[in-house]
Write a protein that binds this ligand. Structure first.
Ligand code: NAD
Ligand code: MG
Length: 385
């Protein structure tokens, strides 16, 4: 029987955050929700706080503090604002596990604060490992905490590993749906719009990861995420396009045997596995039916047309701060694409220029990562003007 766990959800108003709250609502005997936080969606944060009665809430956008504070004055809930507060609330003694469901580089410092306070991490925020995987994994080892993957592909790999402690991984295959532009040529990609890019065939997710999926940057970020989570080399990580998103990823062992994890696409499964590992919870979610999927298909990823894939492998090969620069450039270019200030193909072109302009630093402190992030953002912005 599982012990009740104190949970903090960073980014509770997002796609992962709201699904995590559904999981918590379904198993009140397992979870004690201590903390929820939002970037700027004050209305939803207030609604969630009233419903779940956490001990603390954080609204990062300081201009909305009074609104949240006043709405919750009658409840027994501590209300904080500003990004520094994220680093404070994760340290609460009542918190056992921190689900990092906020988006982008903003996840880095709260994750560090949580690890230093010896909290386990349920990691959705892949950007943190992309930016500073060496630092984060070293800190996790130092403080003896676990990082449980929430990303569906990484959860799949993680689910294939119990019982294999003595068996090295030969390689892994991360599956990719291919996104809305699978099979497109460069010529076709020139004309795609924001609305088309925001329509993912299989998953409903936040705007940033949806654009990353369309540009294949998401899979690139996931390759780097996998390197750090499973301690692999670039050549041990392969991508295979699987448009049905049923096989969530695969592990190959040294005898050539492969294990895969399958299921209907539903992020609630990896979220709850990360929160209750190694136990699986009984659910009544729809079950996979073979007759609905007479064919599961697999094809090669097109890293030439979807250049972001190539960039991610390059960043991994170069190491140091290069993936941090790529991530920063990508956050800026995705935002610019969402604001319709650059074209779809510009995303990868600008990401590449920023990577090329970045001076490699090998052994990094947090300050070095912060400086690389800042400089890469400035370079990307200058290229967009
Ligand atoms: P989302 O945009 O739906 O939600 C993001 C959450 O973070 C919101 O609560 C928002 O208020 C908060 N937030 C945004 N910017 C912030 C900032 N600067 N500081 C503090 N809080 C901020 O995003 P999402 O789709 O839920 O994705 C969250 C993370 O999970 C991302 O790193 C993404 O790559 C990863 N992920 C998501 C999915 C998915 O199905 N949505 C799957 C795998 C991994
Ligand atoms: Mg994924």
């Amino acid at each position: 029987m599982l012990k009740k766990r104190g949970v903090a959800i960073l980014g509770s108003t997002g796609s992962i955050g709201t699904q995590a709250l559904e999981v918590i609502e379904a198993y009140p005997e397992l979870f004690d929700l201590q903390v929820i936080t939002a970037g700027n969606n004050a209305d939803l944060l207030i609604e969630q706080a009233r419903k779940f009665n956490p001990n603390m809430v954080v609204i990062v956008d300081e201009t909305q503090y009074t609104k949240v504070k006043e709405a919750l004055w009658n409840e027994d809930i501590h209300v904080y604002c500003g990004k520094e507060s994220l680093c404070q609330v994760v340290q609460s003694t009542e918190v056992d596990v921190v689900l990092t469901a906020l988006v982008g580089y903003a996840g880095l410092q709260p994750t560090i604060a949580a690890i230093e306070a010896k909290k386990d991490i349920a990691l959705a925020n892949k950007e943190t490992l992309v930016v500073a995987g060496a630092l984060i994994t070293a800190l996790a080892r130092k403080h003896g905490i676990n990082i449980y993957p929430v990303d569906s592909e990484h959860s799949a790999i993680f689910q294939c590993l119990p019982g294999e402690q003595i068996n090295p991984i030969e390689k892994i295959y991360l599956t990719a749906s291919g996104g809305p532009f699978r099979g497109f040529t460069e010529e076709q990609l020139k004309k795609v719009t924001k609305a088309q890019a925001l329509k993912h065939p299989n998953w409903s997710m936040g705007a940033k990861i949806t654009i990353d999926s369309a540009s294949m940057m998401n899979k690139g970020l996931e390759v780097i995420e996998a390197k750090w989570l499973f301690n692999l080399k670039a050549e041990q990580i392969d991508i295979i396009v699987h448009p049905q998103s049923i096989v969530h990823s695969l592990v190959q062992f040294e005898d050539g045997s492969m294990k895969a994890q399958l299921g209907l696409p539903d992020m609630k499964l990896p979220i709850q596995y990360a929160l209750t590992y190694p136990q699986r919870l009984k659910t009544d979610y729809p079950r996979f039916n073979f007759m609905d999927y007479p064919q599961l298909t697999f094809e090669k990823a097109d890293a030439k047309t979807f250049k972001n894939l190539e960039l991610a492998y390059k960043a991994m090969e170069l190491g140091g701060n290069i993936a941090c620069a790529l991530n920063a450039a990508n956050e800026v270019t995705v935002q610019a694409f969402l604001e319709e200030r650059i074209s779809f193909l510009d995303i990868a072109l600008i990401n590449e220029s920023v990577m090329e302009k970045t001076t490699l630093i090998d052994s990094l402190s947090l300050e070095d990562y912060m400086a690389t992030d800042r400089e890469a953002r400035e370079q990307a912005k200058a290229l967009i003007q």
